[in-house]
Design a binder for this molecule. Structure first.
Ligand code: HMG
Length: 444
């Protein structure tokens, strides 16, 4: 079988920006460094009043189709991953297809459409579904469109408020891909957890501190499962994009991941000269003693040159977009991959044939680890992106404007707010139909 993976990618950020240190922190009476240094975030992106998960997803998909010169007939599958859906029956992918059919000749009537839900990990699950469909030879030469789109809003004054974000990532999955090929091997860590959920409600119920523990526990399990099939030596991977609810979470996951993948390798031996070998559970009488030893080892590991060099090279470059936009839920790990590739392109690094270790996660909870091999066309693809321009052009909200925008997107409120930006060459939410369906139109 030829390789299957991501042939092209596009992102669409919500057009509004909330500056965390300048605007949010003073209004909350907080030290700005809690956000910039603690959480690792500079800003959140928000949808303007005419934007939602459909417009952001359709706009990213249109840009991708235009750039790749695709017609509807070339696409045999449209899957949308989201945890911000507004309908329990009609999938967002049908709305997205309806939007695209307004502007292209032809239609998607013979494309299979669906919607994937499992918190943030569903973006990767939709990618896996597309991979499997193509690898099974059921695609009839057609590609799959996978769209991860979310408005990651939390209730006002809740613990997650500073980590909000909104945006979409569209990915074209195909044989012989230009950007990355996905590995057969996958590792899973999955358990019935109650840390973050939305039981028939728009904004999440979240136990923030516990959600971080659950993230790390499931990630460790997924890594162990992946390691049972493939090597994970730190030097085998150019970058390790993690699901990034905020960069501070990845700082913790990176340290845990490194300890794990360095164990029983030449690196552990090298580091042992400075801080000793990693504690092994069998050497301890009780769990408590073992955990204390692990904590102390991690504190030392964090300060070693080997770890810091690895973090700076493999993790830091994955965080640059996230710092500016916040959590995009289903799209988050996919913008981490884009950030890494953009960083390699900007620094003139050769990446073809190098590998990425991709660590996805969704609350509730499940982690998934797979590897990717960078393909020859990666540079051309990422150089076509307009991420910097999109981020620069966002409208910078005052705190009072932010409050109104949050209300405008709150499904329980009926708040009329004028738009802050002018739509141009994009799909917009234009009102409601007779069955309460959302209506969209393309603005030239
Ligand atoms: P919080 O109470 O806002 O913040 O909650 P904090 O007091 O814990 O501080 C955060 C960090 O900033 C800490 O760093 C502080 O020390 C530091 P740490 O000790 O953890 O390394 N800090 C400062 N640093 C420098 N200068 C200062 C300063 N002040 C504090 N002045 C929390 C944080 C994550 C709980 C909150 O933001 C939250 O509830 N977020 C939502 C849940 C979340 O994102 N969980 C992450 C894991 S679960 C996940 O990723 C899944 C998710 O994406 C959903 C899905 O899958 O669908 C969320």
């Amino acid at each position: 079988m030829t390789s299957v993976g991501i042939d092209a990618v596009e992102i669409w950020t919500g057009k509004l920006k909330l500056d965390l240190p300048e605007t949010f922190a003073p209004a909350q009476g907080d030290d700005p460094e809690k956000y910039t240094k603690g959480l690792g975030l500079e800003a959140s992106s928000f949808p303007d009043t005419y934007e939602d998960i459909v417009t952001m997803g359709a706009n990213a998909a249109k840009r991708l189709m235009d750039r790749k010169g695709l017609a509807p007939d070339d696409v045999g599958r449209i899957d949308v991953a989201t945890e911000s859906a507004f309908d329990n029956s009609k999938p967002v992918s049908t709305y997205v297809a309806g939007c695209l059919e307004q502007v292209y000749d032809g239609d998607f009537h013979h494309a299979n459409k669906g919607e994937r839900k499992f918190a943030c990990i569903s973006g990767t699950q939709a990618l896996d579904d597309a991979y499997n469909w193509i690898a099974a030879g059921r695609n009839r030469g057609r590609a799959a469109l996978v769209i991860a789109t979310d408005t990651a809003l939390y209730a006002r004054d809740s613990s997650g408020e500073a980590t909000q974000g909104a945006g979409a990532v569209a990915m074209l999955i195909d044989e012989d891909p230009s950007v990355v090929a996905l590995s057969h091997e996958q590792g899973y860590g999955s358990a019935d957890e109650t840390d973050f959920l939305k039981p028939q409600q728009q904004f999440p119920s979240v136990d923030g501190k516990r959600s971080m523990q659950v993230y790390l526990a499931r990630m460790r399990e997924a890594l162990e499962d992946f390691e049972s099939q493939a090597s994970t030596h730190p030097e085998d991977f150019a970058y390790v994009p993690f699901h990034t609810p905020f960069p501070g979470m990845v700082r913790k996951a990176g340290l845990l991941g490194y300890r794990h993948i360095a164990r029983n390798t030449d690196l552990e031996t090298e580091i042992a000269e400075e801080i000793g070998r990693q504690p092994r559970e069998e050497d301890f009488d009780d769990r408590e003693g073992y955990e204390e030893a692990i904590q102390s080892y991690m504190d030392d590991l964090k300060r070693t040159e080997q770890y810091q060099d690895w973090y700076d090279a493999a993790i830091e470059p994955t965080l640059s977009i996230s710092r500016q936009v916040g959590n995009w839920y289903t799209g988050s790990v996919h913008i981490a991959r884009v950030s890494a590739l953009l960083s390699a392109a900007e620094t003139g690094r050769g990446l073809t044939g190098d590998r990425l270790l991709v660590a996805s996660y969704g609350s509730g909870a499940q982690a998934e680890i797979h590897a990717e091999t960078v393909r020859e066309g990666w540079r051309e693809e990422v150089e076509a992106l307009t991420v910097d321009e999109q981020l620069r052009r966002r409208y910078d909200l005052t705190f009072e404007e932010y409050e109104r925008v949050h209300d405008a997107h709150n499904h329980d409120l009926d708040t009329e707010v004028e738009e802050f930006t002018q739509p141009s060459g994009e799909f917009v939410h234009a009102g409601w139909g007779r069955m309460n369906e959302r209506k969209y139109e393309y603005v030239e």
